[in-house]
Design a protein around this ligand. Structure first.
Ligand code: ADP
Ligand code: MG
Length: 233
């Protein structure tokens, strides 16, 4: 069985509805979707050890099957620059999560590479009752949340369709470089859309996928947060 099928199997067996971020990012990585480097630590000492391996600055996030929106429970702390920061952040996250959700089962913390700020995009997938897996693309922040400046295509998509999804958003000129926004690697976005299409076609158990945000650089891109929700049969 493939790494990806094994993850979906485990999630189903445990009766969970969504993948942990570490699991979702492993799935993405297996499909050639770039993600931040990460490791799951079981305690503060391990978190420090992993931070050293990944390289500072790092981000710490709660890993819990009972927490889907991690920042809502104080479960994300960014820009940690040394071992002391990491140790303190570990304790802060544990305290905060226990306060917000006392019965949450805690697996550990995700230690991950801090992705430098850049142009943010969102790639999503949902399941249309009639047409099946459907892909969404947009720029991050206000473009999706307030302006609803997004494009949709039914999966599977061709490379031409992936390009159309990108050029059809109103904010497209921003990706070509504008004031402080550097030119974004369009080819990297095309690849991500095609790989996401392949992923949702080959794994029909995916009900919802949300890569939000993905930082896009002049060369390459990096998924900062990944959510995958499974069908509840
Ligand atoms: P949530 O479950 O609350 O959506 P996220 O993983 O999206 O948690 O983290 C919240 C925010 O923290 C992100 O939207 C992003 O702005 C920032 N962030 C998270 N991880 C990273 C990272 N690896 N590098 C840079 N910024 C990050
Ligand atoms: Mg998020």
């Amino acid at each position: 069985m493939s790494t990806v099928s094994k993850i979906f199997d485990k999630v189903k067996k445990e009766g969970r509805k969504f993948l942990l971020e570490s699991e979702a990012k492993t799935v993405c990585r297996e499909y050639g979707i770039p993600v931040t480097d990460f490791k799951v630590a079981k305690n503060g000492t391990e978190a420090v050890e992993f931070a050293q391996k990944i390289g500072y600055p790092v981000v710490l996030k709660i890993v819990s099957p009972d927490v889907i929106h991690k920042s809502d429970v104080g479960g994300v702390i960014v820009n940690l620059e040394d071992a002391k920061d990491v140790q303190r952040a570990y304790e802060q996250i544990m305290d905060s999560v226990k306060k917000h959700k006392s019965n949450a089962k805690i697996v550990g913390v995700l230690v991950q590479e801090m992705a430098p700020q850049s142009t943010e995009i969102i790639v999503g997938a949902t399941k249309d009752p009639q047409f099946g897996p459907t892909l969404m693309f947009g720029l991050g922040g206000i473009f999706v949340e307030i302006l609803k400046d997004v494009t949709f295509r039914i999966a599977p998509i061709t490379e031409d369709e992936a390009r159309e999804m990108i050029t059809a958003v109103k904010a497209y000129p921003l990706l070509k470089g504008y004031r402080n926004a550097p030119q974004a690697d369009i080819e990297a976005i095309v690849e991500i859309l095609l790989n996401t299409s392949r992923l949702v076609m080959e794994h029909q158990e995916i009900k919802e996928l949300d890569l939000n945000p993905i930082m896009v650089y002049e060369k390459g891109a990096k998924t900062v947060d990944a959510r995958i929700i499974l069908n509840s049969e």
